[in-house]
Each structure stands twice: as structure tokens, then as C-alpha cells.
Unconditional design. Structure first.
Length: 316
């Protein structure tokens, strides 16, 4: 790679791990009864990872299922039951958190089905020793957990195609022209050309991401993962994404593999979501366009994943 070329996210996140394991307690019992893939998102509260499982309101028609939902202290928001689990009370959350704490590891997707969770993650090969340590420390001593795959990444598009066979997925790309203030060094220390994959959004509105740029970054909040690739773990704030993330969380909309880029002052954001949540997501995006007119946002691409090509994932 020369200095004026940005490594692609596919080259950066060149390794992949897929793990499965049992979901115990009432959540495991619930997942076996609903016979439905329960989608999940991650948040961070007070430095600890929290998983939020989403149950559509339509599933509460059976008294037994509704009872289990209520026993899990679920909260209904916009017609979606939200079930929260943190590191202190769920072994599976702790295991996933241990992986996510590795600098380059990005969670692409997670769902629960018939008593088991399925987790898809990618990372940079330079972190293979850290990934191996978590495997040896956790997966080998916790009965029921297993590695479905560890090796060269099959690419985010191919991974999403596999998931889409189980959960039909949809791609939406937003293109925007950020205001100049957002392109200044204080808000955009990565420069004029970069790509990133989101790791998490924290309660203080920081976006934590694996980033690759066309130059060296020495700003606070950024630390190198692989300097040869100009690859960093970085934290920034972005009012557009903070607003969208809050609204998606409030409405139980789960995003898979969130990737973004800036090139020629155009900010591209990819969102891969469940096909049955498209209408709701588009309404939220439309409201965001109205609230942030200075970003000049537009939907530049939208399609069922099965009708899309790898090139349609612009930021990768």
C-alpha cells in the first residue's frame, strides 16, 4: 500500500471467527418456544458491554411466551420487547465482550435461535494471538461453546449472504456532504480519505471504530492496531450517527456490519438491516434528513441483499 491509497476494510479485517453457544435461563427457554431468530445489538454502559435482544410484539399472542417475556424484565418500546443482559449476569455476554475488547475485533452479527446464540466477528490477523487467548481462556472451559469457523475472512458480503438465508437482509446506503466544521481536524482527524467499521457506540456518544486512513493519525483517542496499514482503533463523535443509533435502538432496529467512509468530501454510510424493518428504518432516516439539513443526506442505494453485489457495499 502506498501512502495515497487507503486499505479496504476487507483487507484490514482479513480474519474471521464464528462461535456458537447455549443460551440459558428464561431467554433460552423463550427462544426455543418462539421458533424465531431473535436479533441482538450491543451497547456499552459504564464500560461494560450490554446485549439487547428484540422480540416483536406479535409474538406475545401466546400466554406462555408473554409470561416468559415479562419474567425477563423486558421493556416494550415502539411495539418491540427489549430484553437487556450485561456481563454480570450472562456468561455469553462476557465471552462476546472478551472478544470485542480485542482492538481490531468487530461484531458483524449476532442472533439467538432455538436455545443457541450465533456470533459472527472479523478482525485483523495481527490480533490472532489475542483471539486465541480468549478461545483458550473461555471457550475451552465453558461447556457447550464451540468454534464454527476460525481463519481467513470470507468477506462481509459473503457472510451477510449466509445470514440472509436465515434472516432476509436489506442494504441501505446514505451519501452525505458534511458541513465543513465536521471535516476539520478537530472533528475528523483521519483526514480526507478513510474507511471504518463500527465496534460500538458508548453512552457518552463516542463512536468506537476500526479505522484505516491514507496517512498517520496521532490525535487523542486513536491508537495504532497495524501501523503498516495505517489502521487504528479510534473514538470520535458524529451527531448524525448518534441520532440514528438512538432512534434505531428505540425502535428495535438491528444493524449488521456497520461500515462508513469519506472520499472526496462525500460521507457514505452502509446499513444492513432485517428486511422486515426497512419501512421503519427509512422513516427514521427521512426524519434525520430533515433534522440535519446541513449534511445534505440522500439515500444513494437500497436493495434486498440477494439482489445486491459486493460493489454495492461502497465503504468496504
Amino acid at each position: 500500500m502506498t501512502q495515497d491509497q487507503v486499505t479496504t476494510m476487507e483487507e484490514t479485517l482479513d480474519s474471521q471467527i464464528i462461535i456458537t453457544g447455549p443460551v440459558g435461563g428464561k431467554l433460552g427457554e423463550l427462544s426455543r418456544k418462539v421458533n424465531h431468530r431473535i436479533l441482538c445489538s450491543q451497547n456499552y454502559n459504564s464500560g461494560e458491554m450490554e446485549l439487547v435482544y428484540y422480540i416483536p410484539e406479535s409474538m406475545e399472542d401466546q400466554r406462555e411466551i408473554l409470561l416468559l417475556i415479562k419474567m425477563l424484565s423486558a421493556e416494550k418500546i415502539s411495539g418491540i420487547w427489549n430484553i437487556r443482559a450485561n456481563e454480570n449476569d450472562k456468561t455469553d455476554v462476557k465471552i462476546i465482550s472478551n472478544f470485542i475488547r480485542i482492538p481490531s475485533v468487530v461484531l458483524d452479527a449476532m442472533f439467538v435461535f432455538r436455545g443457541s446464540f450465533y456470533v459472527y466477528m472479523r478482525f485483523n490477523e495481527s490480533d490472532i494471538e489475542k483471539v486465541s487467548d480468549v478461545i483458550l481462556d473461555r471457550l475451552t472451559v465453558d461447556e457447550g461453546y464451540s468454534i464454527e469457523y476460525l481463519g481467513e475472512s470470507k468477506g462481509v458480503f459473503n457472510t451477510m449472504k449466509v445470514i440472509s438465508a436465515e434472516i432476509p437482509l436489506f442494504i441501505i446506503t446514505i451519501a452525505s456532504h458534511p458541513p465543513q466544521s465536521e471535516l476539520n481536524y478537530s472533528n475528523n482527524p483521519m483526514g480526507s480519505s478513510w474507511k471504518r467499521a463500527i465496534k460500538s457506540l458508548s453512552p457518552d456518544d463516542l463512536i468506537n471504530a476500526v479505522c484505516v486512513t491514507d496517512n498517520t493519525v496521532s490525535a487523542p483517542g486513536f491508537r495504532p492496531i497495524n501501523e503498516n496499514m495505517h489502521m487504528y482503533l479510534g473514538s470520535v463523535k458524529n451527531p448524525l450517527l448518534v441520532h440514528l443509533n438512538r432512534k434505531f435502538n428505540e425502535n428495535g432496529i438491528v444493524t449488521f456490519s456497520r461500515t462508513q467512509s469519506i472520499e472526496d468530501s462525500v460521507f457514505n454510510m452502509n446499513f444492513i438491516i432485517s428486511s422486515d424493518q426497512v419501512s421503519q428504518a427509512v422513516r427514521i432516516m427521512g426524519d434525520m434528513f430533515t433534522l440535519f439539513p446541513e449534511w445534505s443526506c440522500q439515500i444513494s442505494f437500497a436493495a434486498n441483499l440477494d439482489d445486491a453485489a459486493e460493489r454495492d457495499l461502497i465503504p468496504i
